[in-house]
Design a protein around this ligand. Sequence first.
Ligand code: UD1
Length: 418
Amino acid sequence: MAELIVTGGRRLEGSVRIPRSKNSVLPILAAALLCEGESRICDVPCLSDVDTSLALLNAVGACACREGTDVLVCAGDQMQPSVPDSLSGAMRSSVYYIVPLLYRCGEAHISFPGGCRIGARPINLHIEGLRAMGAEIETHPNTIICRAPKGLHGANFCLSFPSVGATETLMMAAAFAKGRTVLCGCAKEPEITDLARFLRRCGARIQGAGGTCMTIDGVERLKAVAHTPIPDRITAATVLFGVAACGGDVTLTGVRYSHLNAVLHTLSAMGAELCRPELGVLRIRMEKRPDAAFVTTGVYPEFPTDAGPLFAAAALQATGESMIRETIFENRFACAAEFCRLGAEAHVQNSRLYINGVSGLKGGLLASQDLRGGAALVIAALAAQGKSRITGTEYIARGYEDIAQLFGRIGAELYWEK
Ligand code: UD1
């Protein structure tokens, strides 16, 4: 994989369009397998997790391809229930295929999903919920086999933690299970609401998505539709914290402000000037070093865990001591040790990342170890003086179409080197 060469110290200026949300696209690609006919998912970014999803869909006998910027997905006549290990191990989102394969084949065989090593990431809630709906599930050390010879039935199920993935899995399952499902303790992230919007347009009967409790009445069949996913709030946060770190004046287009409330609140606390010149447009100006801030991540609508490392990268430049407390994943801050290579003062203790802001960070050699931590290294390098080289960019490619182009468009100096 190519390395990123970043020359830092430039102010960011200009305008950038925010792409569609990775975390919406991935479950929707899987859910398209529940539909009769060809689904069209519009304006899908070119991410490696999307490529892995298309490979997975084709490997199980579906037909999935790109047509311009859209992706077309259609279930095949000869679907097969096993996901190749190389594909399920390549991304966390392979877990979304359990339910569609159960629907298409009556069973699903999948090795435990891979993904960024930001925590243990068990799938017990997916399994417990599916069992409550009548699935028979065998778990082996590396694989799970899920069967529903008589189909799934509706159930009352309460998630003990509002997991995004488990809520999505159970929403898909309930969409075609016999009878009514009531899910409580659901995650409320905008991507959940987007999946529900997609499924409802396909004919699913889902009420309450975006709230703690959902009621879903199973239907016999869903029909394919065209769907445009919501904008990517984490890519927007990446640009916003990039500007907070480097200073500048940048206009983001194609954003949903309401999805960014906690992030915008933090940016204001750091001294960024924010305005909304028109619908879907957000302008950020940062004309000084950021003020220090304290942040706690949480489930939506709290500050997103995915934006934690991005905030931290901006806080490296702050005047004073900042702190971020992570509450979702145990190993979110692998990037902290890399920040220190630039001369930053940052250390992790008990899921808290403490940062003493300093001016005059110097470029260095940085190794990205996960997706958002990798993007945080890009921000840190953009704000540091001199040249940095970032390795491990395959993690970054999972969630950013081309991060060099994203920041290059607003005046940053960075390029890929093979
Ligand atoms: C999704 C997002 C990811 C984001 C995360 C939290 C996608 C593709 N990924 O991941 O970017 O960081 O939400 O907003 O949408 N958990 C269990 N048992 C389970 C499932 C989860 O204990 O069965 C725990 C996890 O270990 C974690 C917490 O619940 O500590 C949150 O995980 P979850 O919300 O499921 O995250 P993902 O869906 O994996």
